[in-house]
Ligand binder design. Structure first.
Ligand code: MG
Length: 380
């Protein structure tokens, strides 16, 4: 997946920062140049193929739309990625439209990360995954210029990375369910998607095979606070560490009620997107789940982790279904967090990067500059 392949791709979008450009059609640029001293942003769609259908409380899917991004500057290339699970409201079209609006020609220094990200925020509201793709590529680029990975730039100790959980969801087919459980064998924490009709069955099936700790993500699927509390007690007796987004994100009073009584920490996911949301979460939730596709990237994710820790809240680091590009970017923050759910790259069949690894269940950061990834195959 080199620069030339991006440029030659018909559905490619290119922004040459120092050159006037015009877009003859959606996602296509009429001028494509990369030169020393200018920021050159390229992007193209890349659909992620899931290894298993994902059964969530409110949906099922077998693919996730994504967009791969590159920023080239002075002969170096930073990689970024947007992943857009449908429930977040972004799409390939919206991401490409947002990226097509960007004009980076006003910036000639990639180290002006705050200025560049403030500009992105002012181009249009929301578009968090689109903004994250640029943020990640920019961080990768800056890290490469500095010759250091971001966990080192942030002063973090990679030995403090937690284990990652590996996610499974219920499948009505017993053979499929057995396969899913067998795939959890290398991992020290298993995350279970709940909020369906088989919440207890999946735990009971899992417990026939393993005693490793579990964590539960109800994806807003428990509609009744008393049922949610009963589930929290039931799960606490079965080696559960915490429960993520038990009820609807709008049910903040019921969630606060649950948090007061639950034996397990209650973690906000869908409830919370960006830094200002943390204040609202305090009181109703014990902790937050930070994801780059929600936070608009690494810069704000670092701020969120710092603020949440200062407020005495638990911090979880999550991801979408993503290639090793966005997962490795998130993993740079892993030494700061209590729990990590960075298995997005493990859930897809067409990863195109080599990056962070899971070694004996634990997040292991490569000693490579930037976000620590190298492309391993062409976009297909
Ligand atoms: Mg979640």
């Amino acid at each position: 997946m080199n620069r030339r392949n991006f440029i030659r791709t018909g559905i490619l979008g290119t922004i040459a920062a120092t050159s006037p450009i015009s877009f003859s059609a959606f996602g296509q640029a009429t001028k494509q140049t990369g030169r020393s001293g200018s920021l050159n942003l390229r992007f193209r769609p890349y659909e992620l193929q899931l290894r298993h259908a994902f059964n969530l409380a409110r949906s099922q899917r077998t693919t996730t739309p994504g967009v791969q991004v590159e920023i080239e500057y002075d002969g170096l290339v930073g990689y970024g990625e947007a992943s857009m699970p449908p429930y977040l409201g972004e799409s390939v079209a919206s991401v490409c439209e947002f990226l097509s609006k960007l004009d980076l020609s006003q910036f000639n220094d990639p180290f002006r990360i705050e200025d560049i990200l403030e500009y992105l925020d002012n181009v249009a509201p929301n578009n968090r995954a689109a903004k994250a793709s640029v943020d990640i590529a920019l961080h990768d680029l800056v890290g490469k210029i500095m010759g250091q990975p971001w966990y080192k730039i942030w002063g973090l100790n990679p030995d403090k990375c937690p284990n990652t959980s590996f996610t499974i969801s219920y499948d009505a087919d017993p053979d499929e369910m057995r396969k899913k459980i067998e795939e959890t064998a290398p991992y020290k924490v298993i995350k279970i998607k709940m909020g369906l009709d088989h919440d207890k069955e999946i735990v009971e099936a899992l417990r026939k095979h393993t005693d490793v700790p579990i964590c539960v993500d109800a994806n807003q699927g428990w509609n009744d606070k008393n049922k949610a509390l009963e589930m929290c007690h039931w799960l606490a007796d079965r080696g559960c560490l915490f429960v993520e987004q038990p009820m609807d994100k709008k049910a903040i009073d019921d969630t606060a009620w649950l948090r007061e009584r639950s034996p397990l920490p209650i973690i906000a996911d869908e409830f919370l997107q960006r830094l200002p949301d943390i204040r609202r979460a305090a009181g109703a939730y014990d902790g937050i789940n930070i994801k780059l596709m929600k936070s608009t990237g690494m810069h704000e994710a670092y701020q969120m982790a710092t603020l949440a820790r200062a407020m005495g809240m638990k911090v979880m680091l999550g991801c979408m279904t993503e290639t090793s590009c966005a997962v490795s970017a998130a993993a740079q923050l892993a030494p700061m967090v209590d729990w990590a759910d960075l298995d997005g790259n493990l859930l897809i069949a067409n990863d195109i990067f080599d990056g962070m690894k899971i070694v004996d269940g634990k997040i292991t950061l490569p000693d490579r500059p930037g976000i620590g990834v190298v492309p391993v195959s062409e976009l297909s």
